[in-house]
Design a protein around this ligand. Structure first.
Ligand SMILES: Cc1ncc(COP(=O)(O)O)c(C=O)c1O
Length: 389
């Protein structure tokens, strides 16, 4: 491939492909990573020890496709306690290879070619990749910074057509960090029920809610119970990204489709990880509580830095990142992220990779120890202040 071809290919990268190319470059430069969404903490030692014990003492040869019963029971107990979701571990839970596989399974199991999914934007780009594989079409519903990226039910209702089959509700949202309040969630789920839509709920950040906010699960609502598939995973709350473990809960008629698909896509999730997952959900909560407290402090560090850099943002109500408006710099965020990476060796994610309308936004995660986070933000600030001169 000629250099010119390589440059052209590079320019065209979008969504997940763009993120991966930035991650590769950041690795080459040994950059401070404030882009990628993986927790910097080690997996808590009680979870690692449970995996070690399982390797020595458990039968690791097989598992049901939907996951070990003991883990499905622990998931059912967890979602009952934390999310108010009532689900039967026998036919209402599928254990997955992380959140990524859960996204693909949920979308493929509920979307046929020509179907439309209503997607509040900006949103996590894998949903659009999954939708493209299914031959479905996205009907985007914009959310705006001035309104803290709140999802507007009126716009969702207006987006419904004869071809609509599902609505995606990611709360807390990635990358905007907005949280859907209970009354809005009720209205959204009622709209879904009225139009016979499946609700795809992503609750991977449900442990990270700030400023006294409340997380509401659509599957916990009467009109959402029989039409919602809910995704969650161990990667964020238990610092277990590499263990590849997540889950989907839902009514039996939808879970059966997910299970059938999973049997042919990958079979059951890794059995050692499943035993680690049981410990994560049933063991002491101390590590999670400690991580939550640290994320609260780090969020404040990024908000202060954004204020001093003159970057506006919608108040991040949940998640592990902040989505800021850099339009005053007059540079597309893909170009800006490349500049910050080249000059300051700091990786931030360009908003345009999440949605075309977000090309003047950047997403900064707080998944680095406080000192490193501060250093990354200072370096970024120097690049930005040179640009504003
Ligand atoms: C909203 C959302 N859903 C799902 C995932 C996938 O999670 P996992 O790392 O468990 O594959 C992510 C990852 O960042 C995410 O942000």
């Amino acid at each position: 491939m000629s250099q010119q071809d390589k440059n052209t290919t590079k320019k065209k990268l979008t969504g997940t492909a763009l993120f991966y190319s930035l991650i590769a470059k950041a690795k080459e430069l040994d950059a401070i990573v404030l882009g990628r969404g993986d927790p910097d903490f080690d997996t808590p030692s009680n979870i690692v020890e449970a995996a070690n014990r399982a390797m020595k003492t458990k039968d690791l040869r097989s598992s049901p496709v939907e996951g070990l019963f003991e883990l499905r029971q622990a998931i059912s107990d967890r979602v009952s306690k934390i999310n108010n979701i009532d689900v039967d571990p026998n036919d209402g839970v599928v254990v997955t290879n992380g959140g990524q596989e859960a996204i693909m399974l949920m979308v493929l199991a509920t979307t046929s070619a020509g179907d439309e999914m209503i997607v509040p934007e900006p949103n996590y780009s894998t949903y659009l990749d999954a939708l493209a594989f299914a031959g479905g079409a996205k009907v985007g519903v914009p959310t705006v910074m001035e309104n803290d990226f709140a999802v507007d039910p009126t716009l969702v209702e207006q987006a419904v057509s004869d071809r609509s089959t599902s609505v995606l509700l990611v709360s807390p949202n990635n990358p905007t960090a907005s949280v859907i309040p209970t009354d809005t969630m009720e209205t959204l789920v009622d709209i879904a029920a009225k139009n016979d839509l499946v609700v795809l709920a992503d609750e991977i950040y449900d442990q990270f809610i700030y400023d006294g906010g409340v997380h509401c699960s659509p599957q916990s609502l009467a009109s959402g119970k029989d039409r919602t598939l809910t995704l969650n995973a161990f990667s964020k709350a238990y610092a277990m990204t590499g263990w590849r473990l997540g889950w989907i809960t839902g009514p039996a008629h939808l879970i059966n489709k997910v299970k059938l698909l999973k049997a042919s896509v990958s079979g059951p999730a890794n059995v050692v990880s499943q035993y680690a997952g049981i410990e994560a959900l049933t063991g002491p909560p101390d590590a999670l509580e400690d991580m939550k407290a640290r994320y609260h402090r780090r969020r404040k560090v990024v908000l202060d830095a954004f204020d001093s850099m003159g970057i506006s943002y919608g108040m991040p109500q949940g998640g592990q990142f902040i989505f800021g408006d850099v339009s005053h710099l007059g540079v597309d965020s893909v170009e800006l992220a490349a500049k910050i990476l080249d000059e300051a060796h700091v990786l931030v994610y360009p908003g345009g990779a999440f949605a075309p309308d977000s090309k003047y936004y950047v997403r900064v995660t707080f998944l680095q120890p406080e000192a490193k986070l501060k250093e990354g933000l200072e370096r970024m600030s120097k690049v930005l202040s040179k640009m504003s001169k």
